[in-house]
Design a protein around this ligand. Structure first.
Ligand code: M6R
Length: 602
């Protein structure tokens, strides 16, 4: 939530800040602002709404200066407004900050500062930071930062500029992500790589309570005791080409169509001699000691995680629980050193998922993270990390991250099953071979795009849509409903098909659309019964199936695969359906209302 960027160098900061913010809008887009030191004074311009509103407000103004900070906001404290937009400035107008995160003790800090004569202009938690920095002013500004940070409870990634130091950009973080980019004569801070990748591919990942001091030609890092520290310089291997729309109307549809390549990139290099080749260190003995597997994630990543349960329980013979991170962290789970905890996150920064990972580590569980964003906090903190090589996912609605997460779940389970030795190797090899067919099968489904668009043209005015399925199909139904509601704002719910008659069938009436997932041959007769019960009540059914028996009103056929792998195929038509429904409704597909790509607050 919220994107921050900062620049110091010899170029005009304004252009770099605006360009960087345009790459960070996925993190929040209810207001945006910039602050630049121009003629030794801080000049701030901000506006409500998307970045274009800020650009319009800037008009032809040339705010010159080589040091500046920029912010795009996802409101937590205080309404989305121009006043509450960042940067926030201290009372004397000399210090400006941008903040991503939440200051949990801001009310008590605000009261304290008010009692010392400070007046607050905004409703945000962030403004206290600017005033604390002023309150703790010291001839060494690092000491002001240190004292301020020590008072803050919560999460923060901060960019700070100070009129008294017009050649220095300061940054510090706790829990919220922050990277520092470098070249020989200009330096950057940002919430995420795409914001600065046009200028540098050399970056440092700031860790909790580390401070970066950036001048045009150098960067120094300090710990919170203000001892200078050395940090490892990482090189980024992808570029912004991969994050551009390439003629597609939205990132979401581009990312849906990238799935063949993303899945192939994720699995092909990891298969050797028909067996998964994953860089995971776990011995047979350690695996035999595992008595429970926990799979933890949020949102779409959670729905991917649900697929691990049947697969891991069958192939590993280990009880597997799949939990929402926000629930897991507060339910005192029975984890110990015989637990294996698998954490799934596209961004690697989701606050609840990160907290769940830390809880698991505290309890000495073995932790494996499945993450897309390289170098993200979860990727760095887990004992071991497997990257989904989906490439940057920009649209808020997750598509290729989900299917590549599934691909890794399949590979990981097969690898562990091979180690455990309870399933015949031949069976595992067959699974791997079936998995290798998936990228082309995904393409085959994508050729039905026009058919799915036509279905969306027919149904886009619906108010309520239900999704049903059994077992793995139920997990896909959950993901299909989430996709539809988050981008089209149509009310959508998913149910285990067998549950329908325990209440929800009361909502089915003449004309209601029910999307039915029928990909498991063994359960097909049960699903036919459910579909008949629904159609008997006048509902229309759209059936996603790999079986040619045509039951229901409308059909989308998907190729057959191993039943464990059905989700990775059957989700594709649901992604396309959600996309075309939202497009017909003229929704802001890549940036749905109230959402953000990276949920770094709980
Ligand atoms: O980055 P993560 O995978 O941890 O994010 C988890 C959820 O916030 C995310 O999947 C969310 O549900 C998406 N908007 C779904 O499309």
């Amino acid at each position: 939530m919220c994107g921050i960027i900062g620049y110091i160098g010899s170029k005009q900061a304004l252009n770099i800040l605006i360009s960087g913010l345009s790459k960070l809008e996925y993190r929040g887009y209810d207001s945006a602002g910039i602050g630049i030191i121009t003629n030794h004074k801080i000049k701030i311009i901000k506006n409500k709404g998307e970045l274009t509103n800020l650009i319009n407000k800037l008009g032809d103004q040339k705010i010159t200066g080589n040091l500046g900070i920029g912010h795009t906001r996802w409101a937590t404290h205080g309404a989305p407004s121009s006043l509450n937009a960042h940067p926030h400035i201290s009372q004397n107008g000399k210090i400006a900050i941008i903040h991503n995160g939440i200051i949990e003790n801001y009310l008590s800090l605000k009261k304290e500062l008010e009692s010392k004569g400070y007046k607050f202009k905004t409703e945000t938690d962030s403004e206290v930071i600017a005033n604390l920095l002023e309150y703790y002013q010291h001839s060494n500004f690092l000491i002001s930062i240190q004292k301020t940070v020590k008072r803050l409870k919560g999460s923060f990634a901060l960019g700070i500029i100070n009129e008294n130091y017009p050649d220095t950009l300061y940054a510090v973080r706790n829990e919220s992500p922050l990277i520092v980019g470098t070249t020989s004569n200009e330096q950057f801070i940002a919430s995420d790589i795409p914001a600065i990748i046009n200028w540098t591919k050399e970056i440092y990942y700031l860790d909790n309570l580390e401070i970066a001091v950036l001048t045009k030609n150098q960067i120094k890092f300090y710990n919170i005791k203000l001892q200078e520290i050395q940090k490892y310089l990482s090189k980024i291997t992808w570029d912004n080409e991969e994050a551009a729309k390439h003629g597609y109307k939205h990132f979401m549809i581009k990312e849906i169509f990238e799935q063949r390549k993303a899945i192939a990139n994720t699995i092909n290099p990891r298969i050797k001699n028909n067996m998964p080749l994953l860089d995971i260190n776990i011995t047979k003995q350690e695996l035999n000691n595992v008595n429970k597997i926990y799979v933890i994630a949020c949102g779409t990543s959670y729905y991917a995680g649900l697929n691990a349960k049947p697969l891991m329980e069958q192939l590993l013979n280990i009880t597997t629980e799949v939990d929402l991170a926000s629930e897991f962290r507060y339910r005192q789970p029975l984890i110990d050193n015989n637990s294996l905890v698998i954490i799934i996150s596209q961004s690697g920064e989701t606050a609840d998922t990160l907290a769940a990972l830390r809880l698991a580590k505290e309890k000495n569980a073995k932790t494996i993270a499945i993450v897309n964003v390289v170098g993200s906090t979860i990727a760095r903190e887990a004992d071991q990390t497997i990257y989904t090589w989906a490439g940057p996912e920009i649209a808020v609605a997750s598509t290729k991250a989900y299917t590549t997460q599934l691909a890794i779940i399949y590979l990981l389970t097969i690898k562990l099953a091979n180690l455990k030795g309870k399933v015949k190797k031949k069976e595992l090899i067959n699974l791997v071979k079936t998995l290798q067919l998936i990228p082309d099968q995904v393409n085959e489904i994508l050729t039905q795009n026009e058919k799915i668009r036509a279905l969306a043209n027919e149904f886009y005015k619906e108010q309520d849509i239900y999704f049903i399925g059994r077992n793995i199909d139920y997990y896909t139904a959950l993901e299909g409903a989430l996709k539809l509601k988050e981008i089209s704002y149509i009310h959508a719910e998913a149910y285990a098909a067998g549950e329908l008659k325990h209440g929800t069938i009361a909502l089915i009436e003449e004309g209601t659309l029910v999307v039915s997932l029928c990909t498991n041959k063994e359960l097909y007769p049960k699903m036919i019964n459910n579909i008949k019960e629904i159609t008997a009540r006048g509902a229309k059914t759209l059936v996603i199936t790999n079986n040619k028996d045509e039951v229901g009103d409308y059909h989308i056929f998907i190729p057959p695969t191993n039943p464990y792998f059905n989700s990775i195929l059957s989700v594709i038509p649901l992604q396309l359906f959600a996309y075309h429904m939202a497009n017909n409704r003229n929704c802001n597909i890549d940036k749905p209302k109230n959402l953000a790509k990276s949920v770094t607050v709980e």
